[in-house]
Design a protein around this ligand. Structure first.
Ligand SMILES: [Zn+2]
Length: 267
């Protein structure tokens, strides 16, 4: 009699321990994967694009500093392109609520991530659900000078040279910064939005001047934006190769983030 009760207690005990552990793993595993992946541009590629992804709707939240609202035509093109490649519903929300005082004039190296965290903490309304719900893209229209690398720089000249003249940055799996002041035309703003979206979808740079993933968008050192290309004639399309990549992602069964990468920021 005594041993039967003991056995029953033991069975209940182990069932309880097993269920608890299983539940904890079920909750912790996606948390860990997303916690690692969220900082990696491209990590959510198939989550945005795959037809098997658990997300039906992509929410694009755009938060801007005062006076830096996006051009509605650029956002409309972005929306159309996201819909085309993901075949999902795309909803865009825009707010102009980031105060100038919230963004430092100068940001050095990895300080960028702290600034972005603070802005998101204060302003971001929509987040990606870990298993279901909506998947989100967060776009910030900001203005600051970013010095990309200063760890090994000593002279003032070297520091000045590391000032990055960038029009856009992809700084996480779901986050983009647009430097509105540097976008001289509507055409240029659209092109940069599509370029950064390409990074979110895992695309790399291309040398083809007609490809929106052209890396000549980056203007290091003292070169100016006007030199290349003509600000009224920026590329608007993905190359055939990149388009194939996006279509393959649409058919992909991989609907978990990739958690390894060599780069935290794409320009
Ligand atoms: Zn780029």
């Amino acid at each position: 009699m005594g041993t039967t009760i003991l056995k029953t207690i033991l069975i209940y005990f182990f069932t309880l321990v097993f269920s608890l552990s299983f539940s904890i793993i079920l909750i912790l595993l996606p948390t860990c994967i997303h916690h690692g992946a969220i900082y990696i541009p491209g990590a959510y590629d198939t989550l945005y694009l795959s037809r098997y992804s658990p997300y039906d709707t992509i929410i694009v939240e755009v938060d801007c500093m005062e006076g830096m609202s996006p051009d509605p035509r650029s956002l409309a093109t972005l929306q159309q392109q996201i819909e085309q490649y993901s075949n999902k519903k795309v909803v865009i929300y825009t707010n102009e609520e980031i105060e100038i005082s919230e963004v430092p004039d100068t940001i050095i190296g990895d300080e960028l991530f702290q600034t972005i965290d603070e802005i998101q903490e204060a302003h971001r309304d929509y987040h990606t659900g870990w298993l279901f719900g909506n998947i989100t893209v967060y776009i910030m229209y900001l203005d600051f000078e970013w010095y990309s690398e200063t760890d090994f720089l000593t002279t003032q000249q070297e520091i000045d040279d590391s000032l990055t003249y960038s029009i856009g940055l992809t700084c996480a799996a779901d986050s983009i910064i647009i430097f509105k002041e540097a976008t001289m035309t509507n055409n240029m703003e659209t092109s940069v939005l599509l370029h950064e979206m390409g990074h979110i979808w895992g695309l790399d740079h291309s040398d083809e001047t007609s490809n929106v993933m052209n890396s000549l968008f980056i203007f290091p050192g003292n070169s100016t934006i006007i030199e290349y290309p003509n600000p009224y004639d920026f590329p608007m399309n993905f190359s055939n190769e990149d388009e194939e990549h996006l279509l393959m992602s649409h058919e992909s069964y991989r609907i978990i983030p990739i958690i390894f990468s060599n780069s935290q920021i794409h320009q």
